[in-house]
Design a protein around this ligand. Structure first.
Ligand code: NAP
Length: 240
């Protein structure tokens, strides 16, 4: 497939300063989109914005904790003021506790739920309000296989991601009434900082660019077609 042209499209990627979010931001900027990234680490945002601007000088970013309603509202105000529209929204920022249910502290539980579920709720809902008015747009939430399957040591994370998937599916029904396509991508293990320290190593995991290609596939679908969910699994080649 040739490089698609997203010029004139405005995209927001949360958690866009590293990992999957950065890969998606670069993918979109390289194809012409005006990409705005958010995350908490200002230095990493600055570094990434410089890389994005090599493709398109209208790319920008700002720090924002997705758990803060106030900070997220400021970002949406800025996007409306600077770009006047929003075509693509990728709620991607996420965090994960590694613990069994009975060993999960309330602090860990709240961190996962506030980031992965409430944070995504705020991002996707504010994006939907703008897109509803436009009568067009794509919201693509980065969920996880942990949003469809249970894992012993990911109790809080699973709860947040199952919630996120349920929420996105409800939002998708609302989107059908106003021409906004809402999709969830549920990847298995992806080689990013998120997986650092995994006792099985990272060699067998997919790269974040695979998730970007899935985003590209969704955005390049014809008007008469729609995907509500993509599940991306890892693949282990069998020795013959
Ligand atoms: N890697 C995997 O195996 C995997 C598999 C399935 C799904 N996912 C999901 O994919 C998404 C991205 O993960 P990743 O693998 O790219 O992880 P990562 O490399 O650890 O990146 C996480 C991103 O989220 C941002 N973030 C974390 N907490 C935040 C907060 N409170 N407010 C704003 N930004 C925040 C981080 O930036 P700052 O730290 O600067 O804020 C960073 O940009 C997550 O939703 C994750 O659950 C990952």
């Amino acid at each position: 497939m040739g490089k698609s042209n997203f010029s004139g499209k405005v995209a927001l990627v949360t958690g866009g300063n590293r990992g999957i979010g950065k890969s998606i931001a670069l993918y979109l900027a390289e194809r012409g989109a005006d990409v705005f990234i958010t995350a908490r680490d200002k230095d990493k945002i600055e570094e990434t914005v410089k890389e994005l601007q090599k493709f398109n000088d209208r790319c920008n970013g700002r720090s924002c904790d997705v758990r803060s309603h106030k900070e997220q509202i400021e970002i949406f105000k800025k996007i409306k003021k600077d770009y006047g529209r929003l075509d693509i929204c990728i709620p991607n920022a996420g965090a994960a506790t590694l613990a069994k249910a009975t060993e999960t502290s309330l602090k860990q539980w709240s961190r996962d739920i506030d980031t992965n579920l409430t944070g995504l709720f705020i991002t996707a809902t504010e994006a939907m309000k703008i897109m509803k008015e436009q009568g067009s747009g794509n919201i693509i939430g980065i969920v996880s296989k942990a949003g469809k399957k249970a894992f012993l040591l990911r109790a809080a994370y699973c709860a947040s991601k199952w919630g996120a998937l349920g929420f996105l599916k409800s939002l998708a029904i609302e989107g059908k009434g106003c021409n906004v396509k809402v999709t969830a991508i549920c990847p298995a293990s992806v080689a990013t900082d998120f997986q650092k320290g995994n006792p099985a190593g990272m060699d067998w995991m997919m790269s974040p660019d695979e998730v970007s290609r899935a985003v590209g596939y969704i955005l390049n679908m014809e008007d008469n077609a729609y995907l509500d969910e993509i599940v991306l699994s890892t693949w282990t080649r069998k020795k013959r």
